[in-house]
Design a protein around this ligand. Sequence first.
Ligand SMILES: Cc1ncc(COP(=O)(O)O)c(C=O)c1O
Length: 405
Amino acid sequence: MIAISLSPNAQADDVFLALKILLTPWRWMRGSAIKSLEDWFRRYFQVGYAVSFDSGRSALYALVKALGIKSNDEILMQAFTCVAVPNSIIWAGAKPIFVDVDDVGNIDIADLKKKITRRSRAIIIQHTFGISANMEKIKKVASKHKLIVIEDCAHALGATAGGKKIGTFGEAAFFSFGRDKVISSVSGGMVITNSKKTAKLLRNFQKNLQFTSLTKIFTQLFHPIAFSFILPLYNTIGIGKIILIVFQKLGFLDKPVAKEEYQGERPAFLPSKLSCAQSLLAGNQVKKLAAFNKKRRQIAEFYSKKLSSLPIKLPQFDSGDIILRYNIETGNVSSIYSFFKEKGILLGRWYANIIDPEGVNLAKIGYTPGSCPKAEALARASLNLPTYPRMNIKETMQEYFKKNG
Ligand SMILES: Cc1ncc(COP(=O)(O)O)c(C=O)c1O
């Protein structure tokens, strides 16, 4: 079985690097690689400041605090997202206000305007699947209502709009280096900003955090190594699956979302500092950013060409977008999903549960079912095709429609 989220970015050099770091535990926590990664972000975005954290959610949590957002202040954000986003807002004491989405799965500007109140302080703009939101229009609304703009670039590292880098349109932006993101160190995150005041507060916040624990660093280093031999063995004789279960039971592999987070609660290990081990992994991946995004685009264009005659809605994208996941919309989600599963391919389901993953307590994070109907419809209809060359998606999709009309 090939799951879309199992270390899709890890190549042979990343696996060897993880192994090398694993064998040199004195380099796991502190080291110059942390600053080098922050410097890479500063230079790449030509911004004043970059501050690293153990994850995107910790980066957002720190940012909400640094921006001086107070208890009961409202932060507007789109539905059709990951629970990490509303949770970070809640952990920082503010209130997430969910806004509906437009046709591409980004924030709907008309609904945004309706949901602004006297308590609104900021908007988080997600560039869903790497397709950029309309920043010019959003900035006009934000400046009219004196709202801080935070860009959620978890899916969009390397994207541009009108020649300008996504991540440089607002007051600040944050990134994720999660296991299935644009680049990956299994977990990791960064904030960039040009505001000296915000950067100073972020840096103070970061200084007072603990490093990610040694156990957690171990699981992160072990992740790409484990999947490098689990994946090839998965479909053959089932050994891969057995190894995977054993590693999970032994606690050698980490879950992307902790138990507490499903209930809107903050696990004790969050937030923490980005470790040197994670920085080394992410530092190796940023070198390949342009090549990764080029490949993703080629695969996306290939899908668009080959799937155009099938009765599914295909994503539309511009030249500056990066396509982290190729999201199709269909009325046959569960049967297409099962068909691919039988063939050994687990398609992606971002964000089938409107606020992913499945099992999130929507009441605890303040989402009222029915309040974002377009996002809910999109969640029901979405299936994500991977944009890395692992399986022959095109033939399987054509075969499905040949059989099912
Ligand atoms: C849109 C979006 N924003 C933020 C995050 C949080 O990133 P992280 O997993 O690094 O905490 C995610 C993670 O899945 C995401 O999908």
